[in-house]
Design a protein around this ligand. Structure first.
Ligand code: ZN
Length: 184
């Protein structure tokens, strides 16, 4: 397996986490896309420890990589260290570094519980679903009331608010609260 020239050039072909072995894997730091700026060049030994939950001693190498100028390397290092934050040297390290807020947020996305939109009955809603209004709604800014039982097709989830969806009623796109709908 080979890694891109862009990644190789960043650390002379060495693993960007441990700096001990040749990098052979392009690891994309989720949830971002496969581009060098979002990737870390790692070796197979580091890769084999990524999913290991008892690898705190192995990850001593992150004491070096966390200082990398590359946000992707910082984010992955922070993410790996975070799970061991109760370990003495890890908590000391985490409190001594000063990463961009954005990088820390990127690192922490791995620990976020996915936000889910649910209807009035707890059913998970997805983009494109059909829902039925469970009560009549006065639609703000329009001159109509959507009656109970109105079917709304192809809803769109409001990404930053799990209590809202968007749907078309009377040819108008309106915001509807999830607690007033039932998945059809
Ligand atoms: Zn490595």
């Amino acid at each position: 397996m080979s890694i891109s020239e862009a990644l190789k050039a960043r650390n002379q072909g060495q693993c960007e986490l441990c700096n001990e072995a040749a990098a052979t894997i392009e690891y994309t730091v989720s949830p971002k896309s496969d581009e060098p700026a979002n990737q870390v060049a790692i070796c197979s030994t580091c890769e084999s420890h990524l999913a290991d939950e008892n690898a705190v001693n192995y990850w001593r190498c992150l004491e070096g990589s966390i200082w990398s100028p590359e946000p992707a390397v910082q984010a992955l290092s922070y993410r790996l260290l975070h799970q061991y934050q109760s370990t003495g040297w890890v908590s000391e390290l985490l409190s001594s570094i000063d990463l961009d807020e954005e990088t820390v947020r990127w690192a922490m996305t791995a620990y976020e519980v996915a936000a889910v939109h649910k209807d009035a009955y707890g059913n998970t809603l997805e983009n494109g679903d059909t829902v039925v209004l469970t009560q009549a709604l006065n639609v703000k800014g329009t001159n109509f009331t959507a009656s109970k039982g109105t079917v709304v097709r192809k809803i769109k989830l409001v990404s930053d608010n799990t209590e809202q969806i968007e749907g078309k009623i009377n040819e108008q796109v309106i915001v509807i609260l999830t607690k007033f709908v039932k998945k059809g």
